[in-house]
Design a protein around this ligand. Structure first.
Ligand SMILES: C[S@@+](CC[C@H](N)C(=O)[O-])C[C@H]1O[C@@H](n2cnc3c(N)ncnc32)[C@H](O)[C@@H]1O
Length: 190
């Protein structure tokens, strides 16, 4: 875990190197009751600020078990992002990283996320997406079917930003990298 102790109780994550810096950049703005969907093996956990009270879910029990082995871990559960077991307005923030590429019904999950967000709550996403550069996007489209088979369901060419807007969110922050194939988004319900 990349962290330093500034007092007896508060651990402040430091900016890490490599791809983890993107996770840190996304998560440093998160606070309050937070839901992470599709947490996988728990690669985000070390990057949450102390102000975030995190619950994390994944639909795969084996991944939740693996994530439970991390030193810095939130409350974990097995659940489906398409059918969130919480009442309306339960969270101040919802986080997803590299997860919208593999959801079978992104619009359904976004409607659920919108439902469980409090008024003024925020959606924090870091997603690999279809590039806005036409040459790269065509290459992604061409590779997508084989990629989906090899990875067991990961979609290389989803326009997640468009899906987020169509679900009734507006983007408060957007940062793209790797030729537009990676997007950091912070969105609020309109
Ligand atoms: C590529 S992994 C990313 C894991 C993690 N978010 C990260 O950044 O390393 C995508 C994860 O989404 C999970 N997932 C796929 N469909 C899901 C669903 N319907 N509900 C919850 N999690 C789901 C998968 O089990 C997998 O762990």
């Amino acid at each position: 875990m990349t962290a330093t102790t500034t007092s007896a109780a508060v651990r402040v994550p430091r900016r890490p190197r490599g791809f983890a810096a993107w996770r840190w950049e996304l998560l440093r703005g998160v606070s309050g009751r937070t839901l992470e969907i599709g947490c996988g093996w728990g690669h985000n956990f070390a990057h949450y600020p102390a102000e975030a009270a995190v619950l994390a879910l994944d639909v795969e029990p084996a991944r939740v078990r693996a994530a439970a082995g991390r030193r810095a871990r939130p409350t974990l559960l097995v659940a489906d992002a398409h059918d969130l077991p919480w009442p309306d307005g339960a969270f101040a923030a919802v986080v997803g990283t590299l997860v919208f590429c593999s959801l079978s019904q992104p619009a359904v999950a976004l409607a659920e996320i919108r439902r469980v967000l409090q008024p003024g709550g925020r959606l924090f996403l870091l997603e690999h997406v279809r590039s806005h550069r036409s040459g790269l996007a065509r290459l992604q489209d061409w590779l997508a079917p084989a990629w989906r088979r090899v990875t067991g369901g990961c979609n290389l060419n989803r326009d997640t930003e468009a899906a987020v807007r169509a679900a009734g969110f507006e983007l408060e922050r957007r940062q793209a990298a790797y030729g537009g194939m990676l997007e950091l988004m912070v969105a609020v319900p309109r």
